[in-house]
Write a protein that binds this ligand. Structure first.
Ligand SMILES: [Zn+2]
Length: 584
């Protein structure tokens, strides 16, 4: 491509709202353009990168018997109603068309795949199968931000496995995990597979692929000794501390102006791990009206009292998973008082505690950590007072005990006991063992060897391409611009000429034609611009090779060649350029 004919220009300044390097550079270098929050145009250079990533993904999927197809983005509402997700996926984009017809804009394609199974899978002879496609996805993302990292419209590679049973699934799954490792390695962003929660996808287990790097927006937990790694929503850790030999007496003490855990611990003279933290939420079911989240009377939902040891924090995703799904907002002081607790001085002591979620009383859910330790200092449900010597279950009961605390650096590994660390990363892909989550409600079955219908065992596997492109740039850039890995660079060579002499221009034109004939992808800066402008653009766009044709070199029959990721400039005879760029 000739830069003189390029659609769009490189920009000197990044947009004011662009914080991430990838966001700034991809816009400045003319790879993408935003046309709304979370909605991007891929400019000619950006689209070439997407196609490169696409080809690598397709090769890896094809190598493990995947078959590429193309599924529609406009999904009849009935498909999503059949799996129950029409009302439960809160980010689902819905379209009302003429005649009252309703559609979902695909957020993912399990619904379409199960519909295909109903039509095309008859017996065990039709299984196992793996199908995939690379296509647009839509999310009604309330906070679209971060350039290409959180989008409302995005590009996904999503694959689906269809098996007769879990054994068959388990036999294939490692191949998919390996293919994912290969993809991330080949595009220049080696990734780590970590255990993840299953979220709105449902199913049994899942792995997330994360690309570790310091500016990542996400966090994962990794053991410093063994292989254990998980995202924070799924990470387990050891709750250290045992019951004291002697249980102290429950004693009410005045704790004036001690509203925080640190205040109380300092005032009473204990460590924070000998206190308990109470946090309050209002819970309502997914898919129910927003009114249920309101603080007005007459809504459905319930007050949730959460307890965790004072040195730990609650992870809201773990909490929601422990509650079996739903949504949460912070409870108001009125709601806390209505339950019989005092904001800032609350505990479960003296409350009418529910036996289960569907039972009357205050629903108290506690982290396992309240069992690790004793003689706790807790609120007395009386402003300005705490209890010391509080012990579970002697002094209070709870409705449910679960793993709802956030794992962090310094905690210990559940498998080997070594220290775990929280590390920054970018989430890059996901593998879900769906099981029969989608085939059960839709009746997607096959006939087994005995002619009996059995549900198809499914898995689904996604990687966002635009997100991956941004992650590549996050990891491969310097202060001058992007430094594309060869495998995904939009072109391999950035050819430019310096000076306005006709002979230089002609030589550069001829070289451009020759490189194209040799099958090399060339971006040719044939503009009449200064050396400074041309070199700056070459660094900003970041192709692997820069080839400069100048008057002085040409007189000696040489061009200057520089790799974007190295400082060395080499003089290469024109005749040897091809073999230099493309060693046999
Ligand atoms: Zn470990």
């Amino acid at each position: 491509m000739r830069l003189s004919k390029a659609f769009g220009k490189t920009l000197r300044e990044a947009p004011a709202d662009a914080e991430l390097a990838s966001h700034q550079l991809l816009i400045r270098a003319n790879f993408v353009r935003p046309i709304g929050a979370g909605i991007y145009v891929f400019m000619p250079l950006g689209y070439r990168v997407i196609r490169k990533i696409w080809a690598i993904m397709a090769q890896e999927m094809d190598a493990i018997d995947g078959q590429e197809m193309w599924m529609p983005n406009l999904n009849p509402a009935a498909l999503w109603q059949a799996t129950g997700r029409w009302d439960t996926v809160d980010v689902l984009m819905k379209v009302k068309a003429g005649g009252g017809r309703e559609y979902a804009l695909s957020a993912t394609h399990e619904e379409v795949v199960t519909e295909l199974c109903l039509r095309d899978i008859e017996s065990y002879r039709d299984l196992p199968r793996m199908i995939y496609h690379i296509s647009k996805k839509f999310r009604d993302e309330p906070r679209a931000r971060g350039g290409l990292l959180r989008l409302r419209e995005f590009i996904m590679k999503d694959a689906y496995t269809l098996d007769t049973d879990e054994e068959s699934f388990d036999a294939y799954y490692p191949k998919m995990i390996q293919a994912y490792y290969n993809i991330f390695e080949r595009v220049g962003t080696p990734a780590v597979a970590v255990q993840a929660d299953t979220g709105s996808m449902g199913g049994k287990t899942s792995h997330e692929f994360v690309v570790p790097h310091d500016e990542g927006e996400d966090t994962y937990i990794a053991c410093t000794q063994c292989e254990y790694a998980a995202n924070v929503e799924a990470a387990e850790f050891v709750r250290e501390g045992g019951k004291p030999g002697v249980l102290a007496e429950l004693t009410k003490v005045a704790t004036p102006d001690c509203k925080t855990i640190a205040d109380v611990a300092a005032f009473v003279g204990v460590e924070t791990n000998q206190t308990m933290k109470a946090v309050f939420f209002w819970w309502w079911a997914l898919g129910e009206d927003e009114e249920n989240a309101s603080t007005e009377p007459g809504r459905n939902g319930r007050f949730i009292f959460v307890l965790v040891r004072g040195d730990l924090d609650i992870n809201e995703i773990k909490l929601i998973n422990a509650l079996g799904g739903g949504q949460l907002r912070a409870a108001t002081d009125e709601e806390i008082r209505a339950a019989g607790a005092e904001p800032g001085y609350a505990s479960a002591i003296g409350l009418d505690i529910a036996k289960a979620f569907d039972q009357p009383g205050v629903f108290v859910i506690a982290d396992f950590s309240i069992e690790a330790g004793g003689n706790f200092t807790v609120g007395a449900n009386d402003e300005g007072y705490h209890f010391t010597g509080a012990n579970y279950p002697r002094d209070f009961t709870v409705s449910q005990i679960a793993d709802i605390a956030q794992a962090d650096t310094g905690h210990h590994c559940p498998h080997c006991g070594a220290v775990i660390e929280a590390r920054r990363c970018t989430e890059a892909g996901h593998c879900f063992k769906l099981g029969t989550r989608y085939s059960d409600p839709t009746g997607a079955t096959y006939l087994d060897e005995n002619g009996k219908p059995q549900p198809i065992f499914m898995g689904s596997y996604g990687i966002g391409l635009d997100r991956l492109m941004a992650t590549i740039v996050e990891q491969h850039h310097d202060e001058h611009g992007i430094v594309w890995p060869e495998a995904v660079a939009p072109y391999q060579v950035h050819l430019l000429h310096l000076g306005k002499g006709d002979d230089v221009k002609e030589a550069a034109d001829a070289l451009y034609a020759e490189l194209l004939r040799a099958g090399i992808e060339v971006l040719y800066d044939d503009r009449d611009a200064s050396a400074g402008v041309k070199f700056n653009d070459a660094d900003l766009i970041g192709l692997p090779w820069r080839v400069t044709v100048g008057g002085r070199g040409l007189a000696q029959g040489i061009v200057e060649v520089k790799r974007r990721d190295q400082d060395v400039r080499e003089s290469v005879p024109l005749a040897a350029l091809l073999s230099f760029l493309k060693p046999a």
